[in-house]
Write a protein that binds this ligand. Structure first.
Ligand SMILES: [Zn+2]
Ligand SMILES: [Zn+2]
Ligand SMILES: [Zn+2]
Length: 183
């Protein structure tokens, strides 16, 4: 006689509750982000946090956002807002953000190096940006700080490549609000 087992239905329910983390709208772009997130990675806006991160250029000034490309914290005076997203004072970063797409995110530079080498081997250009250099890991919490970018026109080629190598992230673009789908 087989012992009674919890119904698969019940298990699914528990799993769903576990996955459905609390989300709140970003106070800048209103995208769904995790309720305790320090930053909105859709737009770079600093959320309500107790630790204040300082502007990289103006010591003592609290950052209002971080550059969505490089992660550099910027205060109200030097942050550039384009289409509701924050950028640092480097004008190249606005251009790069338009022309390049994040193909992979990771917690560690060695992982990104490996991804970058694989993509470069297929003669696709890459750039790596690490938010960690500015924010450390404490601030980033659930977000992966090291990002590999490829030109938008080579994005699908790069994702296919990573897929074939089984190196693709579960999510790889500007879709951090996915938790809300579980509700
Ligand atoms: Zn936002
Ligand atoms: Zn930047
Ligand atoms: Zn500043």
């Amino acid at each position: 006689m087989t012992p009674p087992r919890p119904s698969p239905k019940g298990e699914g329910k528990n799993l769903l509750i576990f996955l459905a983390k609390k989300v709140d709208p970003c106070k800048n772009c209103h995208s769904d982000i995790q309720a305790d997130a320090s930053l909105c990675f859709h737009c770079g806006a600093v959320q309500n946090v107790t630790d204040v991160v300082e502007c990289e250029q103006h010591a003592g000034e609290p950052a209002v956002g971080v550059c969505v490309l490089c992660g550099k914290p910027a205060c109200g005076d030097c942050a550039v807002s384009v289409g509701g997203k924050f950028f640092c004072e480097n004008p190249q970063h606005q251009e790069l953000f338009k022309q390049w797409a994040v193909v992979h995110e990771s917690d560690f530079e060695f992982e990104s190096d490996m991804i970058q080498r694989n993509i470069a081997a297929a003669e696709i250009q890459t750039k790596v940006f690490s938010f960690r250099s500015y924010l450390g890991t404490m601030w980033l919490k659930e977000w992966k700080p090291v990002r590999v970018l490829v030109p938008r026109e080579q994005f699908s080629q790069a994702t296919d490549l990573l897929q074939n190598l089984r190196l693709l992230n579960e999510q790889k673009d500007d879709n951090h609000g996915r938790h809300s789908d579980a509700e």
